[in-house]
Design a binder for this molecule. Structure first.
Ligand SMILES: Cc1cc2nc3c(=O)[nH]c(=O)nc-3n(C[C@H](O)[C@H](O)[C@H](O)COP(=O)(O)OP(=O)(O)OC[C@H]3O[C@@H](n4cnc5c(N)ncnc54)[C@H](O)[C@@H]3O)c2cc1C
Length: 411
């Protein structure tokens, strides 16, 4: 039976990069992927545009991770954003930087990123087996010997990289196998939770706002009446609640508050650019200038027509009342609604709907410099299977590529 220097389980960003960097060092590598094609999740990243990394410096980059910051410091010191862009640049990809330092391929095609990886795997003679799902890592005397697949095939190697991804979007192939493999070998799995998931809202009327997106609002999350976290950016209403980058980024804080059995609320400031004084003046001025108009026909630049009636009803307002009929008290209520519209958080969508999974193989049992297991010789971990997760902005893909590169380089 053929013997490899390393077997990499999973042809996602982490696994492909691990196979490429190991094969650069003239190692004989086998990459095993359960799907019939590589990179199913990579293709849907950034809505198919692939927000591959972020140009911020390492210090700010690490701040975007919910845990394991010190653990990742080593991987980023070895292979960071400029290295990643150089790698793909050599493959012919030109990049652009958008808002908040997010980097995308200039033609907005995740498929081009995947093509570079595929080509590099081929050039480096990495053997790839598709349609085989690894069931077990074979270990003897605390040393890796190979893997066995669900179909009963054995493959031999001194090193195995587990790069099977997390639990989210299982239809892409990452359904949590890596956690089972690691657990069987004695590794601790930090409890798996949803991260970067939409928020479910209790108020039923929210479904009438489905599809409405607001480009710039300030959303704050409140737990037991105390503000926990706040973000400025775009949101989108869905049939069950709210989504969009800033909502996803705050979902971990919501999860923690719900775990503490806090009553959690979400507050939306529809005009974040105005402070309280300016907002008072603005509303007063609008009401005076449109005194004959029904209130429901006003503030169109701020709230889309479809939102206005329900918004007013929820603020205990008769939507047909004319602007000049509004009392001082009512004006205060309107201002309060525009600057802090409160909704009740019912929960979060499940892990499978998250952009990434929070939790995973404990970083305490992995050598941060090499990403080799501290328990089993020749066992490595790369990507989302490890207990690492970050906010949106290109951080998660960079972590997958960096950890993949480090594993491969240490085989
Ligand atoms: C909708 C969506 C959009 C996203 N957009 C972005 C973005 O723009 N920027 C960003 O930074 N991050 C983004 N992410 C997160 C990013 O995609 C992941 O963090 C990244 O793909 C993790 O890479 P990975 O290689 O660790 O795992 P994966 O990409 O999940 O790859 C794991 C691979 O292992 C295979 N596998 C699993 N089990 C087995 C087994 N037993 N045997 C063989 N093969 C197996 C799977 O089929 C899969 O191909 C997004 C995620 C989603 C869901």
């Amino acid at each position: 039976m053929k013997h490899y220097d390393a077997i990499v389980i999973g042809a996602g960003p982490a696994g492909m990069m691990a196979a490429i960097s190991a094969s650069e060092n003239n190692k004989k590598i086998l990459l095993i992927e359960r799907n019939n094609n590589p990179g199913a999740k990579l293709l849907i990243t950034g809505g198919g545009r692939c927000n591959i990394t972020n140009i911020c410096d390492a210090q700010d980059f690490l701040k975007s991770f919910s845990a394991s910051r010190d653990f990742l410091r080593n991987s980023f010191a070895q292979f960071f954003n400029t290295d990643l862009l150089f790698f793909f640049g050599k493959g012919g990809i030109v990049f652009k930087t958008e808002e908040n330092g997010c980097v995308f391929p200039v033609n907005n095609k995740a498929g081009d990123i995947l093509n570079v990886l595929r080509q590099k795997l081929q050039e480096n003679n990495v053997e790839v087996v598709f349609g085989e799902r690894v069931k077990d890592v074979i270990v003897k005397d605390k040393k890796v010997e190979g893997v066995m697949t669900f179909s009963g095939k054995h493959f031999l190697a001194n090193n195995v990289v587990v790069a099977t991804g997390g639990l989210s979007y299982p239809e892409t192939g990452s359904s949590g196998d890596g956690y089972e493999l690691a657990k069987k070998l004695g590794h601790t799995i930090i409890s798996l939770k949803p991260a970067l998931v939409p928020i479910i809202i209790k108020e039923k009327f929210i479904k009438d706002w489905q599809g409405i997106s607001l480009k710039k609002v300030r959303v704050s999350i409140w737990g037991n009446g105390k503000k926990i976290v706040e973000r400025l950016g775009g949101i989108i209403f869905t049939h069950f609640g709210v989504s969009g980058p800033i909502i996803l980024d705050m979902s971990s804080a919501v999860y923690d508050a719900l775990q503490l059995k806090n009553s959690v609320e979400l507050s939306i400031n529809f005009i974040p650019e105005l402070d309280q004084k300016k907002l008072d003046a603005f509303v007063l001025c609008e009401l005076k200038a449109n005194s004959a108009k029904a209130i429901k026909n006003m503030f169109r630049d701020i709230l889309p027509r479809r939102m206005m009636e329900l918004f007013l009803k929820y603020c205990n307002f008769n939507p047909d009342i004319s602007s000049h009929q509004i009392t001082f008290e009512q004006r205060k209520k309107l201002i309060a609604g525009l600057s802090g519209f409160r909704l009740t958080v019912k929960g979060l969508m499940p892990v499978k709907d998250g952009v990434v999974t929070r939790g995973g193989v404990s970083t305490k049992e992995i050598n941060p410099k090499t990403l080799e297991s501290k328990l089993i010789k020749g066992l490595f971990f790369a990507g989302e299977v490890i207990d690492i997760d970050a906010t949106t902005g290109g951080y998660n893909l960079q972590a997958a590529f960096s950890t993949g590169w480090v594993c491969g380089n240490n085989i």
